[in-house]
Design a protein around this ligand. Structure first.
Ligand code: ZN
Length: 216
């Protein structure tokens, strides 16, 4: 019996360093951490920890609308108490967290001089191999230039925010496009944008899940 307990303890101690696998609170499937986001539960509040730096007991969820929609029930099960959050609330919280994270990533890129702001600078940066462009949703003709069209077709572009908001973030009146030169930040931006999309879908459609017979 003692031997059995010891083995269990050893297994528990070894588990974290074996892989970076996480179990999704939505679909209960173990998977690589890359396609997931971290949630932290603090009291009755559920917070998305997209930078991975928040303290507290966390859980992971796939950035897929159906997994996010199932997460409230999964969180309650995993924390062994009722976590009072609805699927649409969780979706909206993810959108807000992703927006904040994208702002932070763009500012970080600028601090590292890895952000080419405006059409002319972005065009130069694309020519020099920039891995990603961020295009304001109301960018207009800037989004249909040859360089930008190629980036969009290659999946190397994300649409985000508006010219005015992007400008306000970067201290200019209006910014329709910027190119991200830093590969790590570019990758994180793409991942975060996908998380925002999944959150938006859940915020819109999530109510359907709450009406399922199992939940009521
Ligand atoms: Zn999942």
């Amino acid at each position: 019996m003692v031997g059995g307990a010891q083995t269990a303890m050893q297994e528990r101690a070894q588990r974290p360093e074996r892989t970076s696998t996480r179990t999704c609170v939505g679909c209960a499937t173990a998977d690589g951490a890359e396609g997931m986001v971290r949630l932290v539960v603090a009291g009755d509040e559920v917070v998305f920890d997209l930078a991975g730096s928040a303290f507290g007991r966390g859980a992971h969820v796939h950035t897929r609308p159906d997994c996010i929609a199932r997460a409230p029930r999964g969180l309650s099960r995993s924390f062994r108490r009722e976590i009072r959050v609805s699927a649409p609330e969780l979706g909206a919280a993810l959108v807000a967290a992703a927006d904040r994270r994208i702002c932070g990533l763009l500012l970080a890129a600028r601090r590292l001089r890895a952000l080419a702001v405006g059409a002319a600078a972005a065009k130069d940066a694309i020519g020099r191999g920039a891995p990603l462009v961020v295009v304001a949703s109301d960018a207009g003709s800037v989004a249909s230039t040859l360089e930008v069209t190629r980036m969009i077709e290659a999946g190397s572009a994300i649409a985000w925010s508006t010219k005015g908001e992007l400008g306000a973030l970067l201290g200019e009146q209006s910014v329709a496009i910027c190119a991200v030169v830093h590969p790590g930040i570019a990758e994180e931006l793409v991942k975060t944008r996908a998380a925002a999309d999944a959150g938006a879908t859940t915020a819109k459609d999530g109510a359907g899940w709450n009406r399922s017979p199992e939940a009521r």
